[in-house]
Write a protein that binds this ligand. Structure first.
Ligand SMILES: Cc1cc2nc3c(=O)[nH]c(=O)nc-3n(C[C@H](O)[C@H](O)[C@H](O)COP(=O)(O)OP(=O)(O)OC[C@H]3O[C@@H](n4cnc5c(N)ncnc54)[C@H](O)[C@@H]3O)c2cc1C
Length: 409
């Protein structure tokens, strides 16, 4: 019995563990664990949780088309996976566990280690795959070429059918109806700007490559144009893995080939592909240096940028910033956009970050946490490093230092 554990790779297309676990008609049990770690933070972004739940619903729908379904367990992953394994062993199965490596947060890293140790103790097999390109050893000089080698390789094929047997398990499980009912606060009827799921991800990519990409390289800095769709809006999908960067990369290359007589169009798509690479390079950095999510790149900044509690005067500034009440219209509009949509374009994210860190003198730690709570695409690897970059803490010897002027912008 192959246990197919989905986490931030909620897709069937170009997914290493899906392809390998389902090969040769093996019996497969696909599952996701609704782990309280994710949704019980006091200030977790509701839009992000909703996006996750919608993605799960769509994954279940797509699995059903292949004759399978998604088991939804509820509880701590480090309790559920061992218990599931034990129950299957009692039923005389020999489970093998498949999951893709996740590098986001300390919780996930220690969770995976606990589970791998458990499998080793029981002498059971496991397979850890790759969600997107990730180098296993720090070979910085080769990163670029290895990245492109990976992106150009054929995608992992999607199975035609998945053989999922009926097994009776004594574990806390939810149906999708129960999920909606129990967590209704996340589904509550606000306007939705980003819908989850692999089907939606593919549609977003198609519509971007069809027409929306045109002028991408200059429109991406305009908040209104990018909100209306001049950028891809794929970021939450890449965060939850409803599409792989390789699928996006290869589709973009095919489109660029067709447009090769139009240099401007090709230029736009090249600028887009560069950003896809940035996505993976941020993940890579966090994988090798997990401490950079929370500590300053250079200790010289430790007295300036600290996560410690803010003084009452700074707290007042911080509050005005996060509520969009600073009196600087573009900052305020952007911060309200973040709360309403769970998204901002790159330039406004950067501008609000320099405004908080440099103009208000408030550490990047506070701003990064607020973004992580509200962004639908909240990705620790990109967000926290971007915050350090915008705060000027990653490259202090550079000749230039960028502060986005909220009036001139
Ligand atoms: C302070 C700050 C915090 C940020 N936090 C996040 C975050 O939590 N999650 C996140 O996905 N992006 C983050 N970004 C990067 C960027 O703003 C978003 O990726 C982008 O706005 C998402 O919109 P899109 O999908 O339409 O992007 P597109 O312009 O269509 O880009 C395509 C993809 O490339 C990647 N990408 C684009 N720009 C960047 C970038 N500058 N760095 C790394 N990858 C990039 C994203 O995966 C994006 O989906 C942050 C930027 C700043 C300045």
């Amino acid at each position: 019995m192959h246990l197919l554990w989905f986490r931030r790779d909620l897709r069937l297309t170009d997914n290493e563990i899906v392809t390998i676990a389902t090969a040769d008609g093996a019996e497969v049990l696909p599952f996701f664990i609704i782990d309280p770690w994710f949704y019980t933070w006091a200030d977790v972004g509701k839009k992000r949780v909703r996006f996750l739940f919608e993605s799960l619903e769509n994954l279940n729908f797509n699995l059903q088309k292949l004759g399978s379904r998604l088991y939804l367990f509820e509880g701590n992953s480090t309790d559920i996976v061992p218990e599931l394994t034990k129950q299957l062993t009692d039923l005389r199965y020999k489970p093998k566990l498949f999951f893709n490596r996740d590098v986001q947060v300390k919780y996930g890293i220690s969770r995976d280690k606990t589970i791998v140790d458990f499998y080793k103790r029981l002498n059971l097999d496991y397979h850890i795959g790759l969600n997107n390109f990730l180098q296993s050893q720090d070979k910085r000089d080769e990163w670029f070429s290895e990245y492109y080698n990976y992106q150009r390789q054929p995608q992992h094929p999607t199975p035609q059918t998945i053989n999922t047997p009926q097994v009776t398990l004594n574990l806390p499980q939810l149906t999708f109806k129960e999920l909606k009912h129990k967590y209704h606060s996340f589904w509550a009827g606000e306007k939705i700007y980003f819908s989850g799921g692999e089907t939606e991800a593919q549609a977003k990519l198609d519509s971007f490559l069809q027409k929306r990409y045109y002028g991408y390289h200059w429109k991406l800095s305009r908040p209104m144009l990018s909100q209306l769709g001049a950028t891809s809006h794929l970021s939450p999908h890449l965060t939850f893995g409803t599409i792989s960067t390789r699928t996006v990369y290869q589709s973009t290359k095919i489109r660029a080939e067709k447009l090769k007589t139009q240099p401007k169009a090709e230029f736009s798509l090249k600028a887009f592909r560069d950003r896809l690479r940035w996505h993976d390079s941020f993940t890579q950095r966090l994988y090798f240096y997990p401490e950079i999510a929370y500590t300053n790149r250079y200790p010289e900044f430790d007295s300036l940028y600290t996560p410690s509690e803010l003084s009452p005067a700074k707290q007042e500034l911080f509050q005005a910033w996060l509520e969009g009440m600073t009196g600087f219209p573009l900052v305020d509009a952007s911060m309200r956009q973040l709360q309403t949509m769970g998204w901002m374009n790159f330039r406004m994210r950067a501008m609000c970050a320099t405004f908080l860190t440099i103009n208000c003198g408030i550490s990047w730690h506070h701003g990064a946490r607020h973004y992580m709570n509200y962004l639908v695409d909240g990705d620790l690897a990109i967000n926290n490093w971007q915050w350090q970059m915008q705060a000027g803490a990653t490259n202090p010897l550079s000749d230039t230092f960028r502060i986005y002027n909220p009036s001139k912008n």
